[in-house]
Design a protein around this ligand. Structure first.
Ligand code: ZN
Length: 260
């Protein structure tokens, strides 16, 4: 596929926006990705950028779960309170509960839509359930899993700067992805807070949980030939460019056709 006639001076973001605006989002091949990596690897931020620029749906299990927990705590549901306690201590929620919730949300989206899954699957069991659900409904399978690798030092530093909107759950970072108005959400004007599970003790706990439960997933996708590992270090735009290059190499996104 030939490159864009717009040339390299135009940023990728501008090109993609142009194409989307021209109603040609279908050219983006319905890419279906899973982002894997420890907390702080930049998955959420990259998924958000990809979603906004390539018009794919960003499915963040963390945001979905926090939403659900908030609702059920407000309603005095004891299951919600238990889930909130587990999340605040950095533990994983029961496999079945998470799988049900995510698959239901995906089912509501309709078939063949492009998405990035961020935070799900976290276990091999969840990954199998996802593959089975897609196959059972005659839907497109996962195209690729991206494994992000970062040092522990980078991870802890990034998590300390992370902020989340208390209203809509949008993620920000003091340095990497600041909001336009300090302390307020760009989308809904909600107040930005530190996540309760981003304190140092919990971060170490989450890393342990990640290594023991999520790392086997890398093997699962490697065995399917669907794993690509990339560095999670560096600035967010650098990471984004690396990711796009990878998707092009894999022919999961095409360079857009020139505008008419
Ligand atoms: Zn918000």
């Amino acid at each position: 596929m030939a490159g864009s006639v717009l040339g390299d001076k135009v940023s990728d973001a501008a090109r993609y926006t142009l194409v989307s605006d021209a109603g040609r989002t279908q050219r983006w091949c319905g890419v279906r990705l899973i982002f894997l990596g420890p907390p702080g690897a930049g998955k959420g931020t990259l998924a958000l950028l990809l979603a906004e620029r390539l018009k794919v749906t960003h499915l963040s299990s963390g945001n979905l779960l926090r939403e659900m927990v908030r609702e059920s705590v407000q309603q005095g549901n004891p299951r919600g309170k238990e889930a909130a306690r587990l999340m605040e201590s950095g533990s994983l929620l029961p496999d079945e509960l998470v799988t049900e919730l995510i698959l239901e949300r995906m089912g509501n989206l309709g078939k063949k839509i492009p998405f990035v899954l961020d935070g799900f699957p976290r276990t091999v069991e969840q990954a199998k359930a996802l593959d089975e659900a897609l196959a059972r409904s005659g839907d497109s399978p996962i195209d690729l899993t991206i494994g992000f690798e970062v040092s522990e030092e980078t991870m802890v530093g990034r998590l300390a700067g992370r902020r989340v909107c208390e209203k809509c759950g949008a993620n920000y970072h003091l340095e990497r992805l600041p909001s336009k108005r300090r302390g307020l959400c760009d989308r809904c004007g909600g107040v930005l807070r530190t996540r309760p599970d981003d304190n140092p003790q919990t971060i170490r706990n989450r890393l342990k949980v990640y290594e023991s439960q999520t790392a086997p997933l890398l093997e699962f996708y490697r065995a399917q030939g669907k794993l690509r590992e990339v560095s999670g270090e560096g600035r967010i735009e650098e990471q984004y460019q690396l990711l796009l290059d990878l998707l092009r190499t894999e022919q999961l996104v095409n360079d857009p056709a020139p505008p008419e």
